[in-house]
Design a protein around this ligand. Structure first.
Ligand code: IVH
Length: 687
């Protein structure tokens, strides 16, 4: 990364920064191989922004600071394409034979007989997005247009500029005019992330990535378009002026376009004869689910540009190209019921039961409806015809209802609470939907089989009961074999039962029993945390233990008593009450005590000397003997708090070797700095 050059003229420095940032963008967004850490990039970006603010004349349209700019448009201006954007014929035969049929047509049209050499083809992906034409003049992006009717599209330049992988300035030695044609699309991960965020906010979701891409490009407000992350892949070109040694094959043209800095998908091949195409078709079919974006097929093109010219067009479609599709990833079917499934964390998810439909390569009979709000927003009811989507390894989902197909006897609007009569379908516990949450949950917690594995793993985790040897695989076996149904069953395991499990040696069984025995002696805070009550993390569990001192006091504490605990708000208090009001949960707690789980309530924190009560400390660097964890635990046991950053409110900074910016900040603010011995002295005041 270049350092600011104090003697460089602002104009030179700005040009240097633009070039450097463009290079990093290319590496990051096109090559997928970042060159610098984000922080370095940000620093250069900010430097350029500052320069441009001081010298507005330096603000060129191809500056990376100018990707999102411009006010919302009243409408898109029409753009007449210099070279029309045509569509391609689709091979209807979706079997591998489709490729052979195309080859035969091409050979016939070229007058090639059986004895003549094979035609060279290029094969690439058929992207499922929105076609765009990007016009570069002297290497600079001057216009981006949609396909429209093929003759006239819409000017969407401002929105396309927000696509980070589209270069604003081409690299190398670009021709005077180059129109690049390709497809804008939304990658699946970006689509999922966008929808998850929308769902969290209770906002409308995108139907599928294609609609996401089209909707984003056709946004009149470029700032909105910038919110939806799109990608672009080039597959062709339109007008070209002044390209001295223009390549004469399709694949070499794409290589050249790639070298100019544009994204070209790496999934492409070229070679002689139909076999190359059939192989590509099969290979991509197998890889389809693991591609980062949706495709609806592959495209075959005659590689030689002069043969393409010879073959020409028929019915406004090139004779030299064909699309070979794959089975659809969206299909219609009927909803025959709506079930509710219980997830590992107690989340209740409505699931549509469907008339079986073959989509995205598998037969789908269930599709997620995400949550109650989504079902209502889409108004999915039993009897409706819906569009089901399955792409990639994503869980099949109901995209929407086909409104005009709704039968007269369609079911009632979905109501999750009513549907379950208020009880978890697995364990019968009460269900709740807390304010501001999209999901209903089972309150069964430890008692609910659906949540048992998760609950066991949490209970055994290091910061909870710390039961070494009780991992994923073992928990699976214990729960699936019906050996552990509730937490207390853990303490009823015998050597015989354990050693009889798959892959369990007698030695490890004995070790586990020993770890279980050792875990019985714990602290109230750990025990509370181990119960896995929603919103009760380690810190809250410690606060509760400190404040109440005994489990019984917490079990029966009314809401206002819980609210009196420092840092316990209404959400946490309600969650505690909900948990302990469930008779099942109380039963589990009692049984655990009966099994011998214990802690010393007499050493409740109030009684011990607590020299750091009310003090805030910050740890930095490596201490000679104490680990970060240990130091934190000791400070907290002494009533102090450990904060992550130094402020005026910090009482002490404990600094070890290689302390960095926190130490500097402490010195700046005049906060007392201690070493490990200094901390030890604070913890055990002489007396
Ligand atoms: S070539 C003159 N190649 O499919 C030939 N098109 O029916 C121009 N598409 O909406 C098209 N991937 O946007 C070509 N690798 C690919 C493609 C592709 C997707 C789209 C294109 C157009 C439609 C053509």
């Amino acid at each position: 990364m270049s350092q600011p050059d104090l003697f460089a003229l602002p104009a030179e420095r700005a040009a240097q920064l633009r070039a450097e940032l463009a290079r990093y963008d290319h590496a990051y967004y096109v090559l997928d191989a970042p060159l610098v850490p984000d922080a370095d990039y940000d620093a250069l970006f900010q430097e350029l922004q500052r320069l441009e603010a001081e010298h507005p004349a330096l603000r060129t349209p191809d500056s990376p600071t100018q990707r999102v700019g411009g006010a919302p448009l009243p409408e898109f201006a029409p753009v007449r394409h210099a070279v029309p954007m045509l569509s391609i014929q689709t091979e209807t035969d979706t079997t591998p034979q489709g490729a052979a049929a195309f080859d035969q047509r091409v050979r016939n049209r070229l007058g090639l007989g059986d004895g003549d050499p094979a035609v060279i083809y290029a094969a690439e992906l058929k992207f499922d997005g929105l076609a765009l034409s990007l016009r570069y003049e002297q290497g600079r992006l001057v216009q981006a247009a949609t396909r429209g009717d093929g003759e006239t599209g819409e000017d969407v330049t401002l929105n396309v500029r927000t696509i980070r992988s589209v270069p604003l300035q081409l690299r190398g030695n670009p021709p005077a005019v180059l129109e690049v044609r390709g497809e804008a699309l939304m990658k699946r991960a970006d689509f999922e992330r966008y929808n998850a965020r929308q769902r969290d906010k209770g906002l409308p979701t995108l139907v599928n990535p294609r609609n996401g891409a089209a909707g984003s490009i056709r946004q009149l407000d470029p700032a909105m378009a910038a919110q939806r992350p799109l990608a672009f892949y080039a597959y062709g070109w339109g007008e070209i002026v002044g390209w001295a040694d223009q390549p004469d094959t399709h694949h070499a043209m794409l290589d050249a376009i790639e070298a100019l800095g544009l994204p070209v998908a790496k999934q492409r091949v070229h070679g002689a004869g139909a076999g190359v195409l059939t192989d590509f078709h099969a290979r991509i079919a197998a890889a389809r689910d693991s591609l980062p974006f949706d495709i609806d097929g592959v495209v075959y093109k005659v590689d030689s540009l002069s043969l393409q010219r010879e073959l020409g067009f028929r019915n406004r479609e090139p004779v030299w190209a064909v699309a070979h599709k794959y089975p659809a990833q969206e299909r219609r079917t009927r909803v025959i019921g709506i079930d509710v499934q219980v997830g590992r964390t107690g989340k209740l998810t409505p699931v549509a039961k469907l008339e079986p439909v073959f989509v995205g390569g598998v037969t789908v009979t269930n599709a997620t409806l995400h949550n109650e709000d989504e079902v209502r927003r889409k108004d999915v009811r039993v009897g409706d015809t819906v569009i089901v989507r399955r792409a990639g390894d994503v869980i099949p989902e109901v995209v929407g209802v086909v409104a005009e197909a709704r039968p007269a006897d369609v079911g009632e609007p979905f109501d999750l609470y009513q549907r379950l009569a208020g009880h978890c379908p697995v364990c019968g516990s009460a269900i709740v939907r807390e304010e501001g949450e999209a999901d209903w949950r089972c309150t069964g917690g430890l008692f609910c089989a659906a949540q048992r594995k998760q609950a066991l793993l949490h209970y055994a985790s290091r910061r909870a009961m710390d039961i070494e040897g009780l991992g994923d695989k073992l928990v699976d076996q214990l729960v699936e074999g019906g050996i552990v149904r509730v937490l207390p069953d853990l303490y009823r395991l015998g050597l015989l039962k354990l050693a009889a499990l798959d892959r369990m040696a007698e030695k490890s069984a004995a070790n586990l029993l020993q770890a279980l025995e050792a875990s019985k002696s714990t602290t109230l805070a750990r025990f509370l945390y181990a119960l896995g009550i929603r919103h009760v993390g380690e810190a809250t569990a410690k606060d509760l233990a400190r404040h109440f001192g005994s489990l019984d006091a917490i079990l029966d504490a009314p809401l206002d008593a819980l609210l009196a605990v420092p840092d316990v708000g209404p959400v946490v208090a309600q969650s505690l009450r909900t948990f302990f009001d469930q008779p099942h949960n109380r039963e589990v707690v009692e049984q655990l005590r009966a099994c011998g789980v214990r802690w010393d309530e007499s050493t409740r924190d109030h009684d011990a000397p607590r020299p750091l009560t009310g003090k805030t400390l910050v740890l930095t660097g490596t201490l000679p003997t104490l680990s970060r964890e240990e130091a934190k635990a000791r400070i907290e046991a002494a009533g102090g708090k450990v904060a992550g950053s130094v402020s005026k409110k910090t009482d002490y900074v404990v600094a070890g070797a290689e302390a960095g910016s926190k130490l500097a900040r402490a010195q700046e603010l005049g906060v007392t700095v201690l070493d490990e011995d200094g901390l030890a002295a604070l913890l055990s005041p002489v007396g």
